[in-house]
Design a protein around this ligand. Structure first.
Ligand code: TA6
Length: 317
């Protein structure tokens, strides 16, 4: 089954509803009350709540929930192109397609299913995509919610073409923060990054941790597999674990850019921060029949826990 739960009542753990455009959304719930919701429009996770019902992903109050535009918030999937660096539309077409529920996906490791509520989604290349990106692929996305509320995303992209193709990818993750000036990211210090605000020029991060006092739009390269977003005011930390995703995008549009965007409020930049597990600098190349897997896990811990327990990860990975 492509949508399943392990130990608790499936009726309670998973629900399929329609949004106001008639597009299916799948809600997964944990026994303690955490939840996540994924839209079949774009395979986009549009909500992730803890067991107190607090939303952990940012969605703009001015978000446009109308195809063909990806909704501003949640976790849009950027594939097969990140940004506008190729011939495709910004961030590729996957976030603007209708996905299907995959009832019979190739198996994953047992630990990816045990004790989790999950749903498997599928996007296949269409003739329309073929005009701008002439490659046949299958993109499988598993979204799962662990009993403790951790959110897991597993993307599997397979080349079902007769020739190789290359792509870039990002989980464009909009985190909800208390106040951007109270937030810092740990795990990216000393890394090289490409600065999208300076024609992708390469710099080296000098600070101890990343903090925010102006617009930031960067791709950090060859990053550790665990990074942390500490929210001082909330006293909580989002721990991002990733695999197969060497790069990390950090984006906050700040005031001026927000004012120029129609689907974000003038001040909403204060409550959002994009931190994306990504593969951008070196595109992934798949030979015919090959498959790539990119994993993202988001968990929430108290900030005190973070400094004590995650420090060795930053040093060791
Ligand atoms: O690096 C993140 C980024 O590419 C920014 O340049 C910014 O424009 C953002 O993504 C959002 O893109 P979107 O197409 O969703 O407006």
């Amino acid at each position: 089954m492509g949508h399943s739960v392990a130990v608790w009542d499936q009726q309670v753990a998973m629900e399929i509803t329609k949004d106001w455009n008639g597009i299916d959304q799948v809600t997964l719930r944990s026994p303690r009350g955490a939840s996540t919701r994924v839209s079949l429009y774009g395979g986009q996770v549009i909500s992730w709540r803890n067991d107190r019902g607090e939303e952990l992903l940012f969605t703009s109050n001015k978000a446009i929930f109308k195809p063909p535009k990806a909704m501003r918030g949640g976790i849009p999937l950027c594939f097969p192109q990140f940004g506008n660096g190729g011939c495709l539309e910004q961030h590729g077409f996957a976030r603007n397609k209708i996905w299907t529920i995959d009832d019979n996906p190739p198996p994953l490791h047992q630990s990816d299913s045990n004790g989790k509520a999950f749903v498997d989604l599928l996007l296949k290349s269409s003739e329309e995509d073929f005009k701008c990106w002439p490659h046949s692929f299958e993109f499988r996305l598993r979204v799962s919610l662990a009993a403790n509320g951790d959110l897991n995303l597993i993307s599997r992209i397979r080349n079902i073409n007769g020739k190789p193709f290359s792509f870039s990818f990002a989980y464009h993750t909009y985190l909800c923060v208390s106040d951007i000036s109270e937030v810092r990211i740990e795990g990216l210090e000393t890394l090289d990054y490409l600065d999208n605000l300076c024609q992708r020029e390469r710099f080296t991060e000098q600070g101890d941790a990343i903090t925010f006092e102006t617009e930031v739009d960067r791709v950090y390269l060859t990053s550790p597999n665990v990074i942390a977003v500490l929210d001082h005011e909330k006293k909580q930390t989002v721990v991002i674990r990733k695999d197969g995703l060497p790069d990390v995008v950090v984006w906050n549009p700040w005031e001026k850019k927000s004012k120029a965007m129609i689907d974000i409020g003038d001040d909403e930049y204060k409550q959002m921060l994009c931190v994306d597990g990504a593969a951008i600098e070196r595109p992934i190349t798949l030979k015919p029949g090959e498959e790539w897997t990119g994993r993202l896990e988001l968990s929430i811990v108290p900030s005190s826990y973070c400094s004590e327990h995650l420090d060795h990860h930053f040093r060791g990975l």
